[in-house]
Design a protein around this ligand. Structure first.
Ligand SMILES: Cc1cc2nc3c(=O)[nH]c(=O)nc-3n(C[C@H](O)[C@H](O)[C@H](O)COP(=O)(O)O)c2cc1C
Length: 341
């Protein structure tokens, strides 16, 4: 199969909408270069966020432009994400990226979860629905910069709520940020002290250049915005054997607290939640598409953010979150976004 660069991706390592496809009149599906279209779809999937950058995609073409996108279980965080919540959310984020990318070509994507995969079907878009600028698929990043001190402009709240529909998006502010930050520290500490979870997450941290270069996945130290020396120190400190010792002495809580220190200053968190029980792949994929729609919209408006999924991944903190917010019994918290500059 041709590579994306054969179709003039302006990308290099940072990626971009392929230049050969740019500026085409909104074409009919059968008039588009098939190789270019397939490469675009694969690249848009690879640009989606995923937990610890595990890139858990399993793709298979089952027709000319009919694709199956499933979960590669070798990349599933089975200890940290036993219900596959984050994994299916990530797949939903990838589906949204593909929707935005092909919309630029005048195509619409229909998707449906069948068995253990999302089946994606493409057709000419007659409605011409406006989406965020396609560049955001490549420009959005998980930011680990300083946390934003200003609240979101009020005029963004309505479009964000629309992007979340039919799910709910609420802004948590003021006193809520104080206890949310405490939940984040508690959830992080719980993951550090849970040996199988910590061992698994540790394997996805790429603390040395060699590890980083060997695989284009996982969390490299530059993705974490730490320098090489800090990376080497963290590698020793976070090693599962060292962590067993720290957890026995309770010192892991200090680590959790310093890892989340910056979040203490954030004035708002956004919580995406569903009124219905949402644990099945179809519901989670839908939620992932909404999570990514929100994330892309924020990025298009110059706001960076990152999820704080530990609060929801750890049962005790997820329960406290629901209780404090008095969410209905069947409600499912899906993701918490923290905004950064
Ligand atoms: C469902 C989901 C949960 C995530 N949870 C966290 C998290 O708790 N903390 C965090 O810093 N990043 C989290 N991320 C962001 C990933 O680390 C990030 O997407 C990945 O490293 C790839 O980087 P990119 O988003 O810049 O492409 C999450 C992403 C997804 C899709």
């Amino acid at each position: 199969m041709p590579s994306i660069s054969d179709f003039g991706s302006d990308s290099g390592s940072s990626g971009g909408f392929p230049s050969a496809l740019r500026g085409l009149p909104r074409a009919r599906l059968d008039a588009l270069p098939l190789g270019g279209l397939r490469c675009l779809i694969l690249d848009a999937i690879a640009r989606a966020p995923s937990p610890h950058n595990t890139q858990p995609w399993r793709v298979r073409w089952i027709g000319t432009v009919l694709m199956e996108l499933g979960l590669d279980e070798r990349r599933w965080l089975r200890a940290a994400d036993p219900m596959k919540r984050d994994a299916w959310l990530a797949i939903g984020c990838a589906v949204r990226n593909v929707q935005v990318a092909v919309a630029e070509l005048g195509l619409v994507l229909d998707w449906e979860v069948k068995g253990d995969a999302v089946v994606m079907d493409f057709a000419d878009d007659t409605a011409g629905r406006p989406l965020v600028p396609v560049e955001q698929v490549w420009e959005r990043r998980t930011s680990r910069l300083a946390y934003a001190s200003a609240p979101l402009p009020v005029e963004l709240l309505t479009p964000l709520g629309q992007a979340a529909a039919p799910l709910q998006l609420i802004t948590l502010a003021g006193e809520q940020c104080t206890w949310l930050h405490r939940l984040l520290v508690a959830a992080t500490a719980s993951q550090l002290a849970d040996a199988p979870v910590h061992r698994e997450l540790y394997t996805w941290l790429r603390f040395t250049p060699a590890q980083r270069d060997r695989a284009c996945d996982g969390l490299s130290y530059d993705a974490l915005a730490i320098d090489r020396v800090t990376a080497l120190l963290s590698r020793a400190l976070l090693h599962p054997r060292a962590m067993r010792f720290l957890a026995r002495t309770g010192l892991h809580r200090m680590l959790a607290s310093s890892a989340s220190a910056a979040a203490r200053r954030t004035p708002q968190y956004q919580l995406l939640w569903s009124e219905r029980r949402t644990h099945d792949p179809a519901g989670l994929v839908l939620a992932g598409t909404r999570l990514q729609a929100i994330w892309l919209l924020l990025a298009a408006n110059g706001w960076y953010c990152h999820p704080a999924s530990a609060i929801i991944d750890v049962q005790a903190t997820a329960e406290e979150l629901c209780t404090r917010l008095r969410l209905p019994a069947a409600a499912t918290p899906l993701e918490i976004l923290i905004r950064q500059t």
